[in-house]
Design a binder for this molecule. Sequence first.
Ligand code: HEC
Ligand code: HEC
Ligand code: HEC
Ligand code: HEC
Length: 191
Amino acid sequence: MLNLLKRLWVIMKSPSSAAMGFILILGFTGGIIFWGGFNMGMEATNSEEFCAGCHAPIVKEIRETIHYSNRSGVRAICSDCHVPHNWTDKIIRKVQASKELVAFAMGTIGTQEKFEARRGYLANREWHRMKENDSAECRNCHEFDFMDFSEQGARSVKQHSTALASGEKTCVDCHKGIAHQLPNMEGIEGW
Ligand code: HEC
Ligand code: HEC
Ligand code: HEC
Ligand code: HEC
C-alpha cells in the first residue's frame, strides 16, 4: 500500500501529471458536491412546502381527505402520488415539471378562477399519465397482491377481483377525485 502511494506520488510530482492529478481531484470533489447538492435538490423539491408555494388551494383541500388523515396515521404527500419513485422516471418528471415554471410565469393558474377553469385539463393530463404507468404511484402503497378481499366491502371486492385483477382497468379509471375535488367534467372525454 505504502509502495503504491509512493509510486503515485512520484508520478504526481512530474509537472504534467501533477496538473492532471489536480484536475482529477477537483473533478472528484466537484462531482461529490454536485451530486450531493443535486440529491438535496431532489429532496427539497419533493416536499409539500415546495408544492404549496404554487398550489395553495390544493394543499388546503387535501386536509379533508383520507390520504391526509386516517385511522392508520399513514399520510400520502403530493410527491408520493405525483413523482415517480423509479430514478429515471423521476428525472424525466422533474424535467417535465420545469415547464410548470413557465406556466407559473405566465400565470395559467394564478387565480382561483383561472385554476378552476384549467383544472379539468390538468386533471385529465394526470389521469392519462397514471393510466399509462398503470397507476404506479398508487401501487407503491396499495399492492394488489396484499389486498385482503375478506376485509373489503362487497362493492370493492366485486370490482377489484374482476376489472382490476384482469388488468383491464387501473386505479384511476375508477378512483377519481380521491385526493382532490373533481373538476367540472364537462368536455373531458374518454373516461
Ligand atoms: C413554481 C410553481 C410551481 C411549483 C413549485 C409546483 N407547481 Fe405544479 N404546476 C404549476 C403550474 C403553473 C401548473 C399548471 C400548468 C399548466 O397550466 O399547464 C402546474 C401543474 C401541476 C399538475 C397538473 C398536471 C400537469 O402535468 O400539468 C400537477 C399534478 C402538479 N402541478 C403537481 C405539483 C407537485 C406535486 C409539486 C411539488 C412536488 C408542484 N406541482 C410544484 C406550478 C408549480
Ligand atoms: C393519493 C394521491 C394523491 C395525492 C396525495 C395528491 N394528489 Fe394531486 N392528483 C392525484 C390524482 C389521481 C389526480 C387526477 C385528478 C383527480 O383524480 O382528482 C391529481 C391531480 C392533481 C392536479 C391537477 C388539477 C386537479 O385538481 O385535478 C394538481 C395540480 C395536483 N394534483 C397537485 C397536487 C398537490 C400539490 C398535492 C399535495 C398537496 C397533491 N396533488 C396530492 C393524486 C394525488
Ligand atoms: C403514501 C401511500 C399512499 C399512496 C401513494 C396512495 N395511497 Fe391510497 N391510501 C393510503 C392510506 C394509508 C389509506 C388509508 C388506509 C386506511 O386507514 O384505511 C388510503 C386509502 C385509499 C382509499 C380508500 C378510500 C376510503 O374512503 O376508504 C382509496 C380508494 C385509495 N387510497 C386509492 C388510492 C389511489 C387511487 C392512489 C393513487 C392515485 C393512492 N391511493 C395512493 C396510502 C396511499
Ligand atoms: C374497476 C374499478 C376499480 C378499479 C380498477 C380499482 N378499484 Fe378500488 N374500489 C372500486 C370500488 C367500486 C370501490 C368501493 C367504493 C365504495 O364503496 O365507496 C373500491 C374501493 C377501494 C378501496 C377501499 C376498500 C374497502 O372496501 O375498504 C381501496 C383502498 C381501493 N379501492 C384501492 C384501489 C387501488 C389502489 C386500485 C389500483 C391498484 C383500485 N382500487 C382499483 C373500484 C375499483
